[in-house]
Design a protein around this ligand. Structure first.
Ligand code: FES
Ligand code: MG
Length: 600
C-alpha cells in the first residue's frame, strides 16, 4: 500500500462517537416524541429498543427476488444468511422489497424498469433509517439499478449477486441460458425442431435457481460490480446453489457492518480508476454490449466522467481471456471453478492493465484481493499472452447515420469474415445494402418477405430509449427462414438504435444515438440503401451525397418527424420525457444532478 492510500484510508474512518444516520429517526435527542413515532411500528413487530436505539448500524437488505422475478428469487433464501452475517457483526437488518425486474417476462422491455428501480431505491434509502445497505443483485438490470442508487445515495453499500444457475445440458452438450434461445429459434425457423422441441431445448439452458449461466448481461454486470470494488472479491461468479454462495451471503452481511463502522462509501470506491478497471475487465470476460450503457449510467450518478471513447481507448485493444458462452465454450460453473473474476483480474494486473492500488468494499486494495488468485484451468481462463482473441473490446463507431454506436467484435466468426470482410485490399471494411425495419413487430412481420440475401445488413430503428421506451433488446436479428434453411453459416450484420441481448452472438452495431425517434439519420434510411462499414476508421456511412441526406432530412421533418407508437402507461410517458441517449447511459437527465444526496 502506498503512503497516500494509507492516509486516505485513515481519513475514511468515522469516530466511534459519531451518531449513525439512523439515529436521526430512532434516537433523536432533540425530539424524543418523533423518535417514539418512528420506533413504534418496528417495535410492534418485534424489534427491541436494544437493537434500534443503541447506535447499532441499521442495515437495509434490498430484496430484488420474488415470485415475479425468478432470476433473483433465490435471494429470498440468501437474505437469511445476510441477516445472520449482519447480526454477527453487531448490526440490525431491515429487509425490504425493491421494484422487481424480470428480464425475460417484462413487456415491452425490462430496461424501462432499470431507472424505475433506481428511482424507487433512492427514495427508500433516502427516506428510511438506513446506515448501510446490502443490494441483492442478479438479473441484468437489477445490478446497474442498485449501483446507480448506491452512487446517488452514497451511504455504505455492497452488492451480493444471486449467482449464475448451474450448467445446462442437452445430452452431453452444454446448453447456456439465453444463448440457447438464438440457436433454438434458428432450428425452429429451419423446421428442424417442433414447438415442443423448442420449449424443451430452451428450458434445458436454465436448470436451477440463479441468473443466466452464460456471460450475458447478468454475469457481466455482477463481474463489473466486483471489478469496481462494490462486492466481495470472488463473489460474482459463485453459482447460486453452491455452498460458497450462502457463505458469501453471510460474509457480505458482516462486511457491510464494518463498512458502516469505517464509513466506506460508494464514492470512496467507485472512482475513475475503478471504472477504468471495470472497462478492462469487461473486455477480458467478453462482457455484454449492455455494459457500456449501465456502467456509464453508474458513473454519471457517482459524478465520474466516462464516455464511449474511454471504452474504445481502454477496452478495445485488450484480449478476451474467458472462454465462456456466448463468445466461447463453457458456462458459469466452469468459470467459477477456474477461479472466476479474481483469476481474470490477476492476469490483467500482471500485465499492468489494472489499477491495483484502489480501495474496495472490504477495505483492501484490488492488488491485495487478487494476489495469488491465478487460474489452474487454462482452457477456461486463458493466458494474457495466449488469449481467445486479441483486440476483443468494443469499437466506438460514428458516421453520417449516427453520432455514436458500439460494436462488439469478439463475436465475429470466420464464416462472417469470409462473407463480408475478406476483400484483401480492405480487410476491415465492407459495403452492403440494407433492409430496414421499424421496431421488432415490423421485423417479425416482414423478415421473410423483405429483400434480404446473404450479404444484407439488417437495420432496426425505432427501438431506442424513446422509440421503444427503454430501448428494446432487438438489434440482434436473425436472417429469414429461407436463408437458414439453405444453411447460412453466419449471422447477418445488424445495425440499430436499440440494444442487443448480452447472450447474443451476432456482429452488431448497436445502441446508436441519436435514435430514429429523435430524428437521427437512421430515420432517413431506405430499403436498398448502401452502407459502408469501416471498422478501421470506426465509421458507418450511407453512400449518398450530403445534398441527398439534407433533402431526406427536410422531408422527414416536414412530415412531422419519425413516428413513435404512443406510450402505453404513465411511467412510459415520464420515461420518454426525462431520459437521455444510450451513449450517455440512458439516465434520467435530471436525476444525475442529485449526486450524493446523502452527503447534503
Ligand atoms: Fe435474468 Fe438472464 S434473464 S439473468
Ligand atoms: Mg439480457
Amino acid at each position: 500500500r502506498t503512503k497516500e492510500l494509507e492516509e486516505k484510508l485513515s481519513k475514511l474512518k468515522v469516530s466511534p462517537n459519531k451518531p449513525l444516520r439512523s439515529a436521526q429517526w430512532f434516537d433523536r435527542a432533540d425530539d424524543r416524541c418523533m423518535s417514539s413515532l418512528y420506533l413504534e411500528r418496528y417495535l410492534a413487530n418485534g424489534y427491541t429498543p436494544e437493537e434500534l436505539v443503541s447506535n447499532k448500524p441499521i442495515i437495509g437488505i434490498a430484496q430484488s427476488g420474488s415470485d415475479l422475478a425468478p432470476c433473483n428469487r433465490h435471494h429470498l433464501t440468501l437474505a437469511k444468511r445476510v441477516r445472520e452475517g449482519i447480526r454477527a457483526a453487531g448490526g440490525v437488518a431491515i429487509e425490504f422489497p425493491t421494484h422487481p425486474i424480470q428480464e425475460t417476462a417484462r413487456r415491452p422491455t425490462a430496461t424501462l424498469d432499470r431507472n424505475l428501480m433506481y428511482m424507487s431505491l433512492v427514495e427508500l434509502l433516502h427516506a428510511y433509517p438506513f446506515d448501510g445497505v446490502v443490494l441483492l443483485t442478479g438479473c441484468d438490470k437489477t445490478t446497474p439499478a442498485c449501483l446507480m442508487a448506491a452512487a446517488t445515495m452514497n451511504i455504505p453499500s455492497i452488492c451480493l449477486n444471486v449467482g449464475p444457475m448451474l450448467n445446462g445440458y442437452d445430452k452431453k452438450d452444454l446448453v447456456g441460458a439465453g444463448t440457447v434461445v438464438w440457436k433454438a429459434r434458428e432450428l425452429h425457423a429451419a423446421g428442424e425442431i417442433d414447438d415442443d422441441g423448442l420449449i424443451d431445448l430452451v428450458t434445458r439452458g436454465s436448470p436451477s435457481v440463479g441468473h443466466c449461466n452464460t456471460m450475458g448481461t447478468a454475469s457481466t454486470m455482477n463481474a463489473l460490480a466486483e471489478a469496481l470494488g462494490m462486492a466481495l472479491p470472488g463473489s460474482a461468479a459463485i453459482p447460486a446453489p453452491y455452498k460458497e454462495r450462502s457463505q458469501c451471503a453471510y460474509r457480505t452481511g458482516q462486511q457491510i457492518v464494518e463498512m458502516v463502522q469505517n464509513d466506506r462509501k460508494p464514492s470512496d470506491i467507485m472512482t475513475r480508476k475503478a471504472f477504468e478497471n471495470a472497462i478492462a475487465v469487461n473486455t477480458a470476460i467478453g462482457g455484454s454490449t449492455n455494459a457500456p450503457i449501465h456502467l456509464n449510467a453508474v458513473a454519471k450518478h457517482v459524478g465520474v466522467p466516462l464516455n464511449l471513447d474511454d471504452w474504445d481507448r481502454i477496452g478495445y485493444g485488450l484480449p478476451l481471456l474467458v472462454n465462456m458462452q456466448p463468445a466461447g465454450q463453457w458456462l458459469g460453473e466452469d468459470y467459477f471453478r477456474a477461479g472466476g473474476l479474481q483469476a481474470v483480474m490477476a492476469e490483467l494486473l500482471d500485465e499492468g492493465k489494472l489499477h491495483g492500488d484502489i480501495i474496495t468494499a472490504n477495505g483492501k486494495t484490488v492488488m491485495e484481493n487478487v494476489a495469488n488468485k491465478h487460474t489452474w484451468d487454462r482452457r477456461t481462463i486463458l493466458k494474457y499472452s495466449y488469449p481467445m482473441l486479441q483486440e476483443a473490446g468494443f469499437l466506438h463507431i460514428t458516421g453520417n447515420v449516427f453520432d455514436s454506436a458500439i460494436m462488439k467484435t469478439s463475436v465475429i466468426t470466420e464464416e462472417f469474415r469470409q462473407a463480408f470482410l475478406m476483400n484483401p485490399k480492405d480487410p476491415n471494411a465492407f459495403e452492403a445494402k440494407v433492409a430496414v425495419f421499424d421496431g421488432p413487430e415490423d421485423y417479425h412481420k416482414r423478415i421473410d418477405s423483405a429483400d434480404v440475401d446473404e450479404r444484407t445488413i439488417l437495420v432496426m430503428r425505432g427501438a431506442g430509449p424513446l422509440g421503444y421506451p427503454g430501448a428494446a433488446e432487438v438489434v440482434n436479428m436473425t436472417a429469414p427462414a429461407r436463408l437458414l434453411k439453405k444453411g447460412l453459416k453466419y449471422s447477418l450484420p445488424c445495425i440499430g438504435d436499440g440494444r442487443q441481448s448480452g447472450t447474443s452472438g451476432s456482429p452488431s452495431i448497436l445502441n446508436a444515438s441519436p435514435e430514429a425517434a429523435e430524428n437521427g439519420n437512421l430515420a432517413i434510411l431506405c430499403d436498398g440503401d448502401i452502407l459502408r462499414v469501416d471498422l478501421t476508421k470506426r465509421r458507418v456511412d450511407l453512400q449518398v451525397s450530403q445534398d441527398e441526406i439534407e433533402q431526406r432530412r427536410k422531408k422527414l421533418l416536414a412530415g412531422g418527424g419519425y413516428k413513435m407508437a404512443p406510450s402505453q402507461t404513465p411511467y412510459q410517458d415520464i420515461f420518454r420525457r426525462e431520459v437521455g441517449p444510450l451513449a450517455e447511459g440512458m439516465v434520467f437527465k435530471k436525476a444525475v444532478q442529485f449526486q450524493r444526496v446523502a452527503q447534503n
